[in-house]
Design a protein around this ligand. Sequence first.
Ligand SMILES: Cc1ncc(COP(=O)(O)O)c(C=O)c1O
Length: 297
Amino acid sequence: MHTAVLAHGIGPGDEVITTPFTFIASANAAIFAGAKPVFVDIDERTYNMDPGRIEAAISPRTKAILPVHLFGNPCAMEAIMDIATEHGLAVIEDACQAHGATVGGRRVGSFGTGCFSFYPTKNITTAEGGIITTNDDQVADRARLIRSHGQRERYYHEMIGYNFRMTEIQAAIGLVQLGKLEQFNAARRAHAEYLTARLKGVVAPIATPGCEHVYHQYTIRVPDRRDALADHLREQGIGTMIYYPVPVHKQVAYQRLGYEDHLPVAERASREVLSLPVHPALTREELDHIVEGVNSR
Ligand SMILES: Cc1ncc(COP(=O)(O)O)c(C=O)c1O
């Protein structure tokens, strides 16, 4: 993501519009390039950036919109692309949690410049690392330079770059994983549908109509005593996680940078969300155990 932001020529003095309800790396990508992340609040149903709030955040310094397809649920890409086109902005999609997800039959990461993480917990992995997808030859060329010390030809450096190369060993793992992506995603989707049909007293995740959610996380909303439910599930051997307990603009690292935003929808979500197991290896018995755990609180 750092490479993608740099490859779009974004730097000091520029602004990048993104969501506060994400893993911190989404916003850090702008900071690494010397630019400023500007946060817009989220849609309370999807947890993704609310496209209705983007235009108010655009300034003469805005260079890009950086939507995050959180939990594997695609953002409202048609609305986001319309705004970007109208204002001449780049779109950098954080698809780190959404390998294979679609909007109107089109894959995420193909609308703007796509960034995919292959960290071990992701829908597919290369142990560490990730890739950028783009149809823009200039972005691809700059990204190639940035990832390998700014050299097109060995020891001739056109720009200051980094060593962000993926190893051949990781790529070999990734190719085999890629062949399993559809099967992994189908299992995640089936597990999500099974849970949604049976869970009671909690708000299940929604799949936006016309979009294919790939359930990197199955995240429920528990407005009443979320932490007590997490404790209750832990006692029965059911692991849960809170993604994310602190929105990015409230992180100590961002407070130190002077962020004072109040983004109530994201802040409330961080107090109410709870992610349940949804990984492809779950058995029917384990899914039933999760359902009983949630419904018996
Ligand atoms: C939404 C999001 N963006 C960015 C990242 C960063 O990816 P990586 O850990 O591969 O640097 C992650 C996951 O780790 C993520 O979930």
